[in-house]
Design a binder for this molecule. Sequence first.
Ligand SMILES: [Zn+2]
Length: 135
Amino acid sequence: MACGVIKECRRCKREFTCVSTSRKAYCGKCRNPKWKEEWHKEHPWYKHYQSARKRCTAPRYGYVGKIIFEMTPDEFKYLWFRDKAWLLKHSSIDRIDNTKGYRLDNCRFIEWSENARLGALLNSGKKRRKRCPRK
Ligand SMILES: [Zn+2]
């Protein structure tokens, strides 16, 4: 991308003049890490959205095609307020039915320690299963 191109910021949706060759379409304000920090403080569910989506879409986690991610940031926001996640010591997003993907009706915010405990229970049940022969 050439300099001086008018772009729409992906975050705040304002138009700005692109001054660098960066492909990322964020305005200067949104690229500023301090602003980001503030933004994340006001939108605490967003990091849950990002990390959950990353787990499902980045090949290195091995969940691509296994866990389907069908949620939007707004749905995470909805769950955040519905479950009063800010009252949790360490909030984490939980899939109620582990065989199903990330969908609004299958997700909730719970205490991270509780989520880890549920995960441990689940894994202990899986231990007896055969391992993938390629490993
Ligand atoms: Zn912006």
